[in-house]
Design a protein around this ligand. Sequence first.
Ligand SMILES: [Fe+2]
Length: 597
Amino acid sequence: MNILGISAFFHDSAAALVRDGRLVAAAEEERFTRRKHDDAFPARAIGWCLEAGGIEPADLEAVVFYEKPLVKFGRLLETTLAFAPRGFRQFLAAMPPWLKTKLHLPRVIDRGLGGGYAGPILFTGHHESHAASAFYPSPFEEAAILTIDGVGEWSTAAWGTGQGNRLRLEAELRFPHSPGLLYSAFTHHCGFRVNSGEYKLMGLAPYGEPRFADTILREVVDLRPDGSFWLDQSFFGYGSGLRMTSRRFDRLFGGPARRPEAPLTDREMDLAASIQRVIEEIVLRMARHVQAETEMENLCLAGGVALNCVANGRLLREGPFERLWIQPAAGDAGGALGGPLAYWHGHLGNPRVADPQAGSFLGPAYDAAAIEAALRPFDAVAERFPDEAALVAAIAAELAAGRIVGHFHGRAEFGPRALGNRSILADPRRPGMQRRLNLAIKFRESFRPFAPAVLAGRQGSFFDLEAESPFMLLVAGVRGAAPVDGRGLDRVTRVGGPLPAVTHVDGSARVQTVAAGRGTRLHAILEAFDRLTGCPVLANTSFNIRGEPIVHDPADAYRCFMHTQIDSLVLGDLLLRRESQPPLAGAAKYRHSFPAD
Ligand SMILES: [Fe+2]
């Protein structure tokens, strides 16, 4: 039975194809359209999912949309009335897309499938989709489930339990009291973009002192012992207008929002540290409450706030649960796979399957012929190897020599993190590598460190982490690294320890553990790098520049390689060195073709 899942019209539109409970294909629309966080109807992702599954729209038994648009519309109407007349502006601004598409989804989906589909179109609740995406792909027979995000229909967080193929949500927190929107309000106030800059805010937090945390908890958030809370709406604007925060918020936190790209000051760093502290407290309290209610040992997480890997790391270290599993596509893209799984298991009662998401390598792959065809217009010069082992040894030698390698191989990752198949790799031990990667490759703010990928089983030697972290969603301390004292962003240049390119100023790292046989060559590369250097750790960052969606096809990869200072590119089974390539014009144009995120 083929079920198509769709998530769309908010941000990170995506499609997924689930066959008999197993994920056949899943992809975000942004990868195809090259518009980051694209929220359009995911026509191209859907087309590709069907192609990957070898089916036509007529072969689908069901299409599941990840939330209930009519309920969401009801929330918009109710909120507008509650905040009238201030909310009227938001209402007018939000109307056109609702009238054009969101209220007519069956017709939009029908049209998107070329009219060839006659089966049912079903709608799951937003947090039901998140919960299903957290529990069904997890390795747990039974687990507590916690979903936390900005807002779906009404829910902003929910908890429940999963047992076998059954999933039950027990309680929810409702709009406008939202952990995700609270974090996004500070993201906005610190001059980053809502729904994409939250990661930057988390990265900025270790530079600051949480001197506003008490103020937030005293004035803005009434946080209860069970993690639920009440937000004083006079500090916010998202309920009544198009602003995230109000003037009262500005007054409380020492001035108006930082303008995007303006220099970062101590105030933003302290605000980032403060809201990070508060969100961690919220997540920990919620988890403790859920554990007390369920008495379970395992916890599954999803929703955008589950991408806060610093909070996840604390939850693993301090929280009451023994084991965590976090959906890698924890944001709304993951709703595309949660919807079909909720329907297949929860509604139809089908049994679980082992590891349905595998390593989350669910996107497109390109064979040797497609790669050669893509390279031909560039007159690219590539080296071929007698076998896979020789290629892997050559990649490891490049990395050990301090060269930065773009690695494009196998199926693309589903979810915001590159896990090895669309990755830029580098030697994490080298001082200066963090700066070089940030400024010469990614063209982004230099304050953020990169993430380490480490051979699974060896993480305990380098990090304060025993659990596996296959999706790079846990932050842990780096052994032998100390926090850098002082203030200011230049502290990042003084990070010491054994792995400076992947160590944050507080001595922590966002760890990815890489096991064998999970759909990526990265495991073999780490083994070969370990043989050469004695270090089974590499820096792993997504293969893109600032504002660009992760590279999608071989031509994207080649352009990104040539227009940055990546030293070598691996495309499938080919190795391309920068110095062997003919010049390629258009670097500046390329860089400016992606809006700053
Ligand atoms: Fe969500």
